[in-house]
Write a protein that binds this ligand. Structure first.
Ligand code: FMN
Length: 142
């Protein structure tokens, strides 16, 4: 969901942590990345090669797990695409997901994951890249 109007961003900001409100209100576009728990209903269109695909997720738990994982990946690719176009992005997870879902997705079948503030950052406000764990700290080669 693309929150472009000031009204839409204000509505979202009401559910955000206080430290995130100014970031949301100053971004020309806030992308709410979410996932549809009924995504298997689209499998006939997405996987015409696999006629049984609609039945691959028999449990709500399985739909929820794969929905969360795949929406995170899609959001990540979206951030890469935005940066490739020269835009700046700010991913934000600091908001009340349940309140956002009640407000923006009242059907109860679509769940929010995170938002991406999209725009053009200013060098005074962009903070330096944070440290990373080293390869040896997080990886094993077997
Ligand atoms: C999933 C996720 C959630 C985040 N949530 C917030 C947030 O709520 N508020 C915020 O100011 N920054 C948040 N950040 C961090 C910023 O967007 C950060 O600037 C960005 O990840 C760049 O990080 P770096 O400095 O480590 O390169 C979040 C980052 C990620 C990946």
């Amino acid at each position: 969901m693309f929150l472009v109007s000031e009204e839409a961003r204000q509505r979202f900001a009401a559910h955000a942590e206080p430290g995130n409100v100014a970031k949301i209100m100053s971004a020309p576009c806030v992308i709410l990345v979410a996932y549809d728990l009924d995504f298997p209903d689209h499998m006939a269109q997405l996987r015409p090669d696999a006629p049984g695909a609609t039945g691959w997720w028999p449990t709500e738990e399985g739909r929820s797990y794969d929905g969360l994982r795949n929406s995170a990946l899609q959001g990540g690719y979206l951030m890469l695409a935005a940066r490739a176009l020269g835009l700046d992005i700010g991913p934000i997870g600091g908001f009340d997901r349940e309140a956002v879902d009640r407000d923006f997705f009242p059907s109860g079948r679509i769940k929010s994951n995170f938002i991406i503030c999209l725009g053009t950052g200013t060098t005074e406000k962009l903070h330096p890249r944070q440290p990373r764990l080293s390869f040896d700290e997080v990886a094993r080669i077997l």
